[in-house]
Design a protein around this ligand. Sequence first.
Ligand code: AVI
Length: 320
Amino acid sequence: TEAEGIRLVDLDEDGVDRAFRADVIAGLSEEQKAIPARWFYDERGSQLFEDITQVEEYYPTRAETEILREQGQDFAKLIGPSRAVVEFGSGSSVKTPLLLSAIEPGAYVPLDISGEFLRAAAADLAQKFPELPVHPVEADFTKPVQLPNQVADMPKLGFFPGSTIGNMVPRTAVDLLRNMREILGDGASLLIGMDLIKGRKMLEAAYDDAEGVTAAFNLNLLTRINRELGANIPEDAFRHEARWNDMFARIEMHLVAERDVNFTISGRDFSIRDGESIHTENSHKFGKRSANTLLLAGHWTPLERWTDSQERFSILLAEA
Ligand code: AVI
């Protein structure tokens, strides 16, 4: 039901998401202003992200899909049949079926914080694989999660595509990987997508496409703050910027003020100077070694690695 879908969101008496307001107010009070990237994904933000995956310059989705399409035999050989596939984040309509048809799984367990996305993804999968038991779990997978009893005795395969791990700073990524290890248990494997380090030009273009879809995605955060937090940020005073940070091997997205601005959010005053930015996202990129090191720090042992034909993206298989 709708009620189940919103149970994990803590709203105040005015219907404001408390965690959203707290993150925005704390983040805009810091020296380098910053808002966590998870707040991009309201309804319009989720749609814009879908649109990003279709633009010419944004290669990760196509590159990862190519690997899933091409390496099915390898997956089947190394992973084996009858696994309970636990997907962290609700399934994508393209990637998940490619994996499931390659490995003959015993069950599919999509795990997502949003009940609405979860039910849609589970229904879609059930239709494509009518024989496959599907057990959706509505949960925050950064916290401890109990998997359904029906899959208790099956060996697990965690699936975390998209290089979403790259949106976390390393210490948060390590915490998440360790938590996944706890959720999946002994004998589990993990199949995880990680985008690769490459030339600055190609990376910056992927996060600043000519059509302006990524710019709209970034700027939509201001629209969301204005709507949901009773704010009056002048959206036209900001421009989208994607920068490669070489020290941390990551693309950063910023909203850069093009003039001095003053505004209020939930009754509090803020000001941003001309040229100052709000840091809205990190998207870390990996080499072979940094990918392996991250997995090891997260209590996973790397076993195999695949890349697409143009060496843009990697999928790694690791074991507990
Ligand atoms: C969801 N995540 C892996 C995307 C990325 O590439 O870091 C989000 C994104 N931000 C801008 N474009 C895409």
